[in-house]
Design a protein around this ligand. Structure first.
Ligand SMILES: *Cc1c(COP(=O)(O)O)cnc(C)c1O
Length: 399
């Protein structure tokens, strides 16, 4: 049988318009929610902040939520609350956005990279255990693609060694671990509301926790270390205007416009979740038939709302590499991305003394992956176009 020619070889592209790997979905209710805030008295520090925090607690089952300007600020505040300081080590994965490690550096700590599991691509608790030292204070575990990390294993390791477990849940909103929403399990969980994430506020972040102690600290760090809570004050209040700065914090506040948008988006989370699951199911079904593609393994404990779909190539079964496959998809008008370049590959980390080779499974993964389009507003036709493009390229270049 004649093989279908991919567009890079002169075939007709599977579609005429470009599809990107992620895209936000904004409806009239979202727009109205933001407009209502613009017409109200408070653009920041208003009622939408508390409303969103309450809603995040309802959605996740966490006791406390502190919303902030973005997911990176959330990670920074979580590391501060965990007490990370100069000389402390924080174990994390290299298969993530740079912020998961940078947050330790912000506090004067040192990120230590643990390797991933080669089947789920999430941080391997066994590798974490190996890399914990006398200096380790915390673990930042990333729910890569939205699949939950192995929280039971990580929590029991952290309890045994006296470490704080911070879950970087930028991908995880909507996912459940053993039936409980992620966000209610680790010591602290951070979310991001960047437009490529499942729920967006333009920018935005949150830290979720059950700990009153962390909660009080997070509130301080979000706004300059300033408090109006008399119980926390050093001196007698001098009058109604009085406040004190009792710690060093930042301006990591979220605006009410962002909070209103996120509240409105959260109403659609069940819809977003369902559609993302449908698309992932269709991709998995199609790609598990192709020997040229390896499908990401799902642990049974995770009921996953997938943020990213990772196409993993099987190099032995293909005559082309990842770059050629990526370019061939672009020629079909399927515009992908790669998540992630291992963090310690970056020049900044190399200058800090990190060597290539420390996480071989993460490095191998990086060579073989492409992030396919996955977002709520994709039509069935969009999804079929992606399936058709991947299939024709995989078959055309089969080894
Ligand atoms: C997006 C992301 C962040 C950072 O979130 P921002 O809101 O962009 O600051 C951190 N970690 C991971 C894994 C992310 O995907």
């Amino acid at each position: 049988m004649e093989k279908e020619k991919p567009a890079v070889c002169g075939g007709k592209p599977v579609r005429d318009t470009k599809l990107f790997y992620g895209h936000q979905y904004i409806d009239e209710a979202d727009i109205q929610a933001v407009v209502d805030v613009l017409k109200s008295d408070y653009l920041t520090c208003g009622p939408k902040i508390g409303e969103l925090e309450k809603k995040l607690c309802e959605v996740t089952g966490a006791k406390y939520a502190v919303v902030c300007s973005n997911g990176t600020a959330a990670l920074h505040m979580a590391c501060m609350a965990a007490g990370i300081g100069p000389g402390d080590e924080v174990v994390t994965t290299p298969v993530t956005f740079a912020a998961s490690a940078n947050c330790a550096l912000y506090c004067g700590g040192r990120p230590v990279f643990a390797d991933i599991r080669k089947d789920t691509y999430n941080i391997d608790p066994a590798s974490v255990a190996e890399r914990v030292s006398e200096k380790t204070k915390a673990v930042v575990a990333v729910d890569f693609t939205g699949q939950s990390v192995q929280l039971d294993e990580l929590l029991s390791l952290c309890r045994e060694k006296g470490l704080v477990l911070i879950e970087d849940g930028a991908h995880v909103i909507g996912t459940k671990y053993k039936g409980k929403p992620n966000g209610s399990i680790a010591d602290m969980t951070t979310f991001s509301f960047h437009p490529v994430k499942t729920v967006t506020g333009g920018e935005g972040g949150a830290v979720l926790t059950d700990s009153e102690e962390y909660y009080q600290k997070l509130l301080l760090y979000r706004s300059h270390g300033i408090t109006r809570n008399e119980d926390l004050m050093e001196y007698e209040p001098e009058g109604g205007w009085y406040y004190e700065q009792i710690d060093l914090g930042y301006n990591y506040r979220m605006t009410d416009m962002q909070a209103a948008l996120i509240i409105s988006q959260l109403d659609k989370l069940p819809l977003f979740s369902r559609r993302r699951k449908e698309i992932v199911e269709r991709y998995n079904e199609a790609f598990s038939r192709l020997p040229q593609i390896a499908v990401q393994k799902e642990i049974p404990e995770s009921d996953t709302t997938r943020h990213l779909y990772i196409l993993r190539l099987v190099p032995e079964k293909l005559r082309i590499g990842r770059k050629e496959f990526f370019d061939a998809l672009a020629a079909e008008n399927i515009c992908c991305n790669v998540h992630y370049i291992p963090t310690y590959y970056f020049p900044y980390y190399q200058k800090l003394g990190y060597q290539k080779g420390i996480c071989p499974k993460a490095e191998k993964l990086y060579e073989e992956i492409i992030s396919l389009p996955l977002y709520y507003a994709m039509t069935d036709q969009d999804v079929e176009d992606v399936v058709r493009a991947v299939t024709r390229i995989a078959k055309y270049y089969e080894a």
